[in-house]
Each structure stands twice: as C-alpha cells, then as structure tokens.
Design a protein. Structure first.
Length: 381
C-alpha cells in the first residue's frame, strides 16, 4: 500500500474516526484504525464493535492499493505535529507503516489486519428524511439530558421514534428529560421506520459532529431491527441499537400546570451562573421564588456564603401567593445553553413535581422536564 494526500484532509478523517476507537478495548486490535487505499480513494475505518465509522479522503493519489492497521491515537498525534501540507504513507516489506511529510519521517508498526473485525454499512431498510440543521439542533437539545454513565445502557442513549409524520427524539438521565419533535418523511421506498430505536450516546455525538461538516439540506437515517445507519458521500456511520426498554417518556410530561412564567433566556442563564457560585457539590441547589413581575434566585452553602439574584419575569398563568421551587442549577444551565430561543417558558404544578421548560412560540417542538429538589425547612435555614 502506498498513497499521497493533503495532510489536513487526512488528519480530519483520522481525527473523526478516533472518536470511535476505544482507549481501553477488550481486544487490543480495536485501538487501531484501518487505512484502505483503492481506486475509490482512501478510506479510514474504525470501530468499537458497537459503533462503526468510515471517513473518505477523496483528493489522494494511490500508487499501490492495499490496506493496513495503524495505532489511531499515535497517528493523530503525529499528524497534528506535521508542518508540511502533503503527506506520503506506505507499508514496507517489514510490515511497518512509513510516514513522510516534508523533513519528517516516522515508522510505526502495523497491526494484524486479519484480526480486525469487518465493518459494514447497510444501505437498506426504512428511513427518516429530515432537515440537517433541524436534526443537529434537536440532537444537541436532547442529548444534554441523557445519562453520561455508560453503565446505564438504556439512558446512556437517545430514543428516536416516528409519530404521525414527525421524528421524536428523547433523552433522559432519570432526573431530567428532554424531548423534541421535527417534521420527517420517508427516506426511501421502504417507508418510515416503525417502533422505537435507542441510539447509543457515542453514536449520537459522532452524528452531530459529522452533520455539522456536511452541506446537504436534508439527510437520511436508516433503521432496521438491530442497527442504525447514516451514509453520505464522505462518511458512513453505523451503530448497534441499544437493547432494552426506554422509559415511558410521555407519562413524565407534567400536566395541569398552575404556575407558568415567561423569562428571557439570557437573563436567566446569567442569574443561574451567578447564583451557582455560592453552591457546593454537597449542596448544589438554588431556590426560585416567583412573583408577579420578578423572580429571585437564592443560593447558599455553609462556609461558602450566599447569593441572591433578581430578574424580571412575565406571569402567563397562576394567581395568589408567590411560588417557590428548588432546582439543581447545573441542569437548568445545560438546558439554557442549547435551547436557542430568546425566551423560555417555565411551567410548574407545585414545588414537588417536575417543572416543564419549553419554547414559547413552539411549545410542542421542544420540552425539557426537570425534577425539583425537595429541601426541608431545616436545610433551608
């Protein structure tokens, strides 16, 4: 195998694939990326047996077709330090991968390519076709609520479900839940996928990264009973669906909200960041006190101090006495960073049930539910 290409293009492909390659795999061969050079150009392939990714490098001159395995993390480090715009790579008779760029030369051992698992990308099956920018925005809005603990398989993920011409995307960690809806249509002659599909969070994060660099206005996501696939001219991504049952998200949506307020998103974000300065990991709670036209955030912790921040609100519904509720500020800061709306609507039934946060002009398009913290009078004092 021998090829030449632009260093930056090669780094972009290898860097993308490195997002799949595990750092501590059960099989050492999975720490490598496969380089496949043929008449189609150069493909960089990686997998962790759950998620597979292939990135295409088009502007490449292949002098000798072939394939080899290279340690992915090491290759990324080398490519980042190269100064020359062109790079040449070949595998010598001793089995080493030789890298030449400008005045720099490297030799790294090639892995056992016969031990590398086969990575396939199916172009068959029912598919959703959606607007690319809408999908990026909704994946970001929803995945922020997904569990980051990889051992919680059914929550370390995002649910996708087709419902009445829409694609619903849902994420939850048990203490908060985000749900978005976006228009969707069949992506091919096989029609729209039916049922629920649980996508591992690693694949969701990679898909968001890939879509951000694509140019097409609409994209197609394919699903079968075991796998989800995205294929474009430059990238192929596939992942195994997570087995198990996703929480019944519709039952978690609060109903009969008695107190609804409309707040400027930026003002609320600033207030939360300021108030959170006087919290600790042990007491990560702020108190919201809503009045008719103003709300107050209060935070305090022993040996740290206290904060009291006021900001304007508009009461949409609710009457009578002021309303108070406690939240983990981190959850609301995460929400406001991705909501992409000048205002946010906050709805509550009482101080002990989940709060519903939505976009005023499109309340059904995005809903974020956060469980409050129950603070007793002794703690509040």
């Amino acid at each position: 195998m021998k090829f030449q290409c632009h260093t930056r293009d090669f780094l972009e492909a290898v860097g993308l694939v490195s997002g799949v390659v595990p750092t501590n795999p059960t099989r050492p061969v999975l720490q490598s990326a496969m380089l496949l050079a043929d008449q189609r150009g150069l493909q960089v392939i990686g997998t962790d047996l759950e998620v597979g990714l292939q990135a295409q490098v088009d502007e490449v001159m292949v002098e000798k077709e072939g394939s080899c395995l290279v340690p992915c993390a090491r290759l990324v480090k080398i490519l980042r330090e190269l100064q020359d715009t062109e790079i040449s790579i070949e595998q010598d008779e001793a089995g080493q991968v030789c890298i030449h760029s400008g005045s720099a030369d490297f030799k790294i051992p090639a892995g056992p390519i016969d031990e590398y698992p086969t990575v396939k990308f199916s172009n068959e099956g029912p598919a959703f076709q959606v607007q690319r920018e809408d999908l990026i925005r909704n994946l970001q809005r929803v995945s922020v609520a997904s569990a980051r603990d990889a051992t919680r398989f059914n929550m370390h993920s995002v649910l996708m479900e087709g419902v009445s011409g829409e694609l619903r995307i849902v994420g939850t960690d048990g203490k908060r839940m985000a749900m978005s809806s976006m228009p969707a249509e069949a992506g091919n002659d096989s029609g729209m996928p039916e049922g629920q599909f649980i996508i591992p969070l690693k694949a969701v994060d990679l898909l968001s990264r890939i879509l951000a660099s694509e140019e097409e206005e609409s994209v197609v996501l394919r699903f079968d009973s075991n796998e989800a696939t995205y294929i474009s001219d430059s990238v192929c991504l596939s992942c195994r669906l997570v087995e198990g049952k996703f929480p019944e998200y519709e039952r978690a949506i609060p109903q009969d909200l008695e107190n609804v307020y409309r707040v400027n998103s930026e003002e609320l974000l600033v207030a939360l960041k300021q108030c959170a300065l006087m919290t600790t990991k042990e007491r990560n709670s702020v108190r919201f006190s809503f009045g008719e036209n103003e709300a107050t955030l209060f935070g305090h912790a022993s040996n740290v101090g206290e904060s009291r921040i006021q900001f304007p609100v508009e009461r949409v519904s609710g009457e009578g006495e002021d309303f108070a509720v406690h939240f983990n500020p981190v959850y609301l800061i995460d929400l406001l960073r991705v909501i992409d709306s000048a205002q946010v609507e906050c709805g509550f039934r009482d101080g002990k049930t989940a709060g519903l946060f939505s976009i005023p002009d499109h309340p059904e398009a995005y809903r974020h539910i956060v469980m409050p913290l129950v603070i007793n009078e002794m703690q509040e004092a």
